[in-house]
Design a protein. Structure first.
Length: 496
């Protein structure tokens, strides 16, 4: 009898119960290979390579149905049939490829044909009718609930991954350059009507080899209990932050962050020579703030998904991935601090840049506390308390530090007037730091930096300082120390 391509019940059930559409995926992979090998290319050894890939794809998709001895015999037949095409590709060797592929899957699949006519009819239907089955059967391979669950499981990783890629591109000129190479303008050269038709034809031709069906096999009655219970086993609640979503996210995010981590290790920490069109200043001075935002998003994701005692928190696979990702985020924050330090070395200090340093340190400590919460199995309330304690201690420590003279002194010492390189001193910003900047202003005047502006406006700051010291209500220990410094400077200048 000829083949009517009716799938055995056992095989059909395995296909329908598969959460992942394996056979369509293999067919698409083979079509992509055919595109790479054949589209707008001359055919030669590529035909042999594709025939080998096709028979291996058929073996993988129908592994449970292939006998071991028959598969070895089919493999030997394939090698023998492909030998003429290996020698030279022509019409005769192409005929041997077609014949060899059809006969080999008959041998390996054990369809039970007894007569030569049955085998010939099966080959005829394989090559003439089989390609048209793709349009009817392939959509049925996809189980809509499973596809929906897959979309949900990948939506969070893809969406957040896109955000991370955008932030990395804004922070790293190397990644920005790589992304710019993939431009929409190049799409029409790869996607057109002819290529689309080629893909459809390729899919239809490989499909009979991937989803093999022979008429000879009788259909077996399906157990009603299995039919009714299958949807129940596959149904389930779809969670945007379920273990599957978290696992996919962590794998994707670790790979994305690894690119940034490796680039920073090579170019930022290792001082390796950059490409000619990217300067070291561009690489080092960009991205401190986008990278901190990236770390904050990462911390938020970990807190949202790693609930204490939850499925993700109990997973032995997810926990190491979380630790690895947080470690990469800590390195990311360290790179951000180095970037900001290099930026400050060129463009000097400001209040906001000091605040950025402090903020980055707090983010790094917060990431380490997240790891501690997971490792020690503590609650979110514990994490909040520890962060509040850290924030309070940091603010208390900063309140005891007189930052204005530190900023002023750093800017004067690292200005172009003092160091011979960098940017010129911003006298207006120096004066805006208030009376606490007077010692640094005096050093800047001695260097000749904005002498007219500083000398003319220095008196206003001195008067403000004197008013603060004259009123006991405005007195502070910081102002008293400044006044002692100014009095000592005046005594030294008088003595000279």
């Amino acid at each position: 009898m000829m083949a009517d391509f009716t799938t055995p019940a056992s095989n059909a059930g395995s296909v329908q119960l598969s959460a992942f559409p394996l056979k369509p995926a293999i067919a698409v992979a083979l079509a992509a290979l055919a595109d790479w090998l054949f589209y707008d290319q001359r055919v030669g050894i590529s035909a042999v390579l594709f025939a080998l890939a096709l028979i291996l794809g058929s073996l993988f998709a129908n592994f449970a149905r292939w006998g071991k001895k028959q598969a070895l015999l089919a493999g030997a037949l394939v090698l023998l049939g492909l030998l003429p095409a290996f020698e030279d590709f022509n019409a005769i060797s192409l005929g041997f490829i077609i014949l060899t592929l059809g006969v080999s899957i008959q041998l390996a699949g054990k369809p039970g044909f007894e007569r030569l006519g049955q085998r010939a009819a099966a080959l005829r239907d394989l090559y003439l009718i089989g390609p048209f089955r793709f349009f009817r059967e392939a959509p049925g391979m996809f189980h809509l609930p499973a596809i929906l669950a897959g979309i949900v499981a990948w939506s969070i990783p893809v969406a957040l991954g896109g955000v991370f890629v955008f932030l990395f591109a804004s922070a790293n000129p190397m990644i920005e350059k790589w992304i710019s190479l993939v431009t929409p303008e190049s799409t029409p050269s790869y996607v057109n009507v002819g290529r689309t038709i080629f893909w459809v034809v390729a899919l239809s031709l490989v499909w009979p080899f991937i989803h093999i069906r022979w008429r000879k096999r009788p259909s077996v009655a399906i157990n009603p209990e299995t039919t009714t219970q299958a949807p129940e086993t596959r149904s389930g609640s779809i969670s945007f932050f379920g273990p599957a979503t978290v696992l996919r996210s962590l794998i994707l995010f670790n790979l994305l962050f690894a690119v940034q981590t490796i680039l920073d290790a090579v170019y930022l920490w290792g001082n390796t020579a950059l490409p000619a069109d990217i300067t070291y200043a561009d690489y080092a001075h960009r991205g401190a703030y986008p990278l901190i935002l990236t770390a904050l998003l990462a911390a938020g994701f970990v807190l949202a998904t790693m609930t204490p005692g939850g499925p993700a928190d109990r997973s032995r696979i997810i926990r190491p991935l979380v630790h690895l990702w947080v470690a990469q985020n800590v390195l990311l924050v360290a790179s951000s601090i180095l970037r900001l330090d290099l930026y400050v070395q060129t463009y000097l200090l400001t209040w906001w840049r000091v605040a950025a340093f402090v903020w980055m340190l707090l983010v790094m400590i917060g990431l380490l506390l997240i790891v501690a919460r997971i490792a020690l199995n503590r609650s979110d309330a514990w994490l909040i308390r520890m962060n509040l304690i850290t924030l309070t201690a940091t603010l208390y420590f900063c309140s005891l530090i007189n930052l204005a003279p530190l900023i002023a002194d750093y800017n004067v010492r690292h200005s172009a007037e003092a160091a011979g390189k960098g940017v010129r001193l911003d006298t207006n910003y120096l004066l805006s730091l208030g009376p606490q900047a007077l010692p640094a202003i005096d050093r800047a005047i001695a260097l000749g930096a904005g002498e007219l502006t500083l000398v003319s406006r220095r008196g206003c700051l001195v008067e403000q300082q004197q008013r603060d010291m004259a009123s006991w209500r405005a007195w502070s220990f910081r102002s008293w120390r400044l006044q002692r410094t100014l009095d000592a400077q005046q005594m030294n200048s008088t003595a000279c």
